[in-house]
Design a protein around this ligand. Sequence first.
Ligand code: EPZ
Length: 416
Amino acid sequence: MQKLAIQGGYRLNGEVRISGAKNAALPIMCASLLVADDLHLSNLPDMHDVHTMVKLLQQMGVRVDSESQAATFNAAQVDKLEAPYDMVKTMRAAILVLGPLLTRFGEARVSLPGGCAIGSRPVDLHIKGLLAMGADIHIEHGYIHATAARLHGAHICFDLISVTGTENLMMAAVLAEGITVLENAAREPEVVDLANCLIAMGAMIEGAGSDTITIVGVAKLHGASYRVMPDRIESGTFLVAAAATGGCITLTDTRADILDNVLDKLRETGALINVCGDRISLEMTSRPLAVSLRTAPYPAFPTDMQAQFMALNTIAEGSAIVIETIFENRFMHVQELQRLGAQIEIEGNTAVIQGCDHLDGAAVMATDLRASASLVIAGMVAQDETVVDRIYHLDRGYEHIEAKLSALGAKIRRFN
Ligand code: EPZ
């Protein structure tokens, strides 16, 4: 089991390139199943979940020619319409092969993802939408077994906003017979990135980024080349780390237009932020001010940034209220932050954080992807050494994070 040892008290300074977005790359890689042509993807992040998705597609028969931060996918010879439990249990996003397999091949067997640390993570809305499009679905032995001679368009209104639910049904609809309308659709930028890639492949999609997406099914799609968008959560994570350590950094190859809410919250902590094209600079010249937040679907404050801001609030001036409305168990980082001396009280989905003037390094344990980022940030501001265990959670969603942080001046090393 690998760990990270972090020596606290070093400000982050310098420039860091932001990688491609994990949560855009994963659905876009699944879109390769929709065609028998080459889909060339660039700006692919080098992280565990992307490697897992490549393996999953390869075991189905997709040819994948990988280069540095790019790959060409070809699903002309897909001969296995299944996503097995041993792969789905480590990466819930594998559910995203369901829509493409069903709409192109008329059949799919996908393991139910099961829960994870942050919540039960059901996929009932994915299934409900596919049933509305004419699929025949049986759930047995932990697998979703779906068949359909040909899916037909449907008017689907989501009971609640689901990012991968929207993505799965959008991919199912691009080859379905007729028109599909997705109402109460997710507006996340990663949904828009997937739509833009599908449009490049010949799909007819309107409204991506709004709460109503209309897809007109076509008989066939064609190959394309597509560059994955930059990762807004990695961007936010580095900005929060710089604010917490009192540093001055510049992000390159990123986008500010999809981070409005996060940048506003950082300004509320007292950070000076400057945006110029694909660069975002942040300078923190004083102790951060506590900032309250409430997570909600895009364009509101992203749940994937909640844990990182909580770490910043533990050493901020004043107290903050953090409300998590998306997942039922996304406070797993709290008890670990308390081990570092953080003053946090939890009441249901609400946490109240009283800023301390310092944290004390300790041994802590990562529980999920963004919680682990929160512990790394806390370790960089705590006095003495913090050791973060189970950092495989971190490797799932961040590309070479300790190398990037070390280049910015953090004292951080990986060991077994
Ligand atoms: C996506 O997960 C992201 N993952 C998550 O990022 C992100 O936290 C989440 O969206 C919310 O923004 C990927 O894109 C691969 P949801 P997803 O369906 O799609 C409930 C990270 O750290 N729900 O939008 O699985 C669900 O329980 C990860 O990168 C149902 O009830 O999330 C949750 O309470 C973590 N039934 C809410 O909806 C369903 O069928 C939102 O979930 C689907 C979802």
